[in-house]
Design a binder for this molecule. Structure first.
Ligand code: TYD
Length: 203
């Protein structure tokens, strides 16, 4: 089972991914809780560059995709083949939302590269935590902003709309109102996960 969490900065997706991962571990599941960019050995270096150095948009895209391939091959696929539940904080949607909707890169280019590098590894469930951009940035204001967080309000707005657009056409996606209390969101996710697992066991 492969579950991903997506959304703009400050939406609370990392908290939800962690809460779900802890809950599933408590229930006895073997879980890999992981994050993009940066959770593979090469990804660690790519993350540093991606979040600090100014760069061309296509270079940025290719580095995120290089990070994804390393992450997939060295962490996600080995875990899935051992029947470990993989909970991943950011995946395909982040590239489409940030690089396509945010930066204006052609979607067909990202789709074409994804087709070659993902070995058909798509999430069973995508949770999109949706939040107003001003509220999201307000939540982050006590931290030093990285290169992408420093982008304009309009950029983050395009990213938010991109996420919503992607999720509304995907039957595996669930859009969650990120203004709800964290525990309420977690309980909604938990209910949905139980249904998902039950359904999987029946087929
Ligand atoms: P990170 O510090 O990991 O924060 P977050 O908790 O928001 O995930 O920052 C990752 C940044 O990289 C974030 O601004 C989103 C961006 N990103 C892309 O632009 N494209 C991608 O494909 C991915 C995975 C992330």
């Amino acid at each position: 089972m492969f579950i991903t969490f997506e959304g703009i900065e400050g939406c609370g997706k990392s908290t939800q991914a962690r809460l779900l991962s802890e809950r599933m571990q408590k229930e006895g599941y073997s879980v890999l809780f992981t994050h993009e960019p940066g959770d593979s050995p090469i990804g660690k270096h790519l993350r540093k560059i991606l979040l600090s150095e100014p760069m061309d948009s296509l270079t940025e895209l290719l580095l995120f995709l290089a990070d994804r391939r390393e992450h997939l091959v060295h962490l996600i696929q080995p875990a899935l083949s051992q029947h470990t539940v993989v909970i991943c904080d950011r995946y395909i949607y982040s590239t489409l939302a940030y690089q396509v909707y945010g930066r204006g890169i052609k979607k067909y280019l990202v789709d074409t590269i994804h087709q070659e590098i993902l070995d058909n590894t798509f999430p069973d469930r995508v949770y999109l935590l949706d939040l107003d951009v001003s509220q999201a940035l307000q939540r982050k204001k006590h931290h030093a902003f990285d290169r992408i967080e420093k982008e304009s309000y309009e950029f983050h707005q395009r990213v938010r709309e991109g996420f919503l657009e992607l999720a509304k056409d995907n039957p595996s996606a669930r859009i969650l109102d990120a203004t709800l209390p964290p525990l309420t969101i977690h309980n909604l996710i938990w209910e949905d996960i139980q249904t998902l697992f039950l359904h999987r066991r029946q087929i």
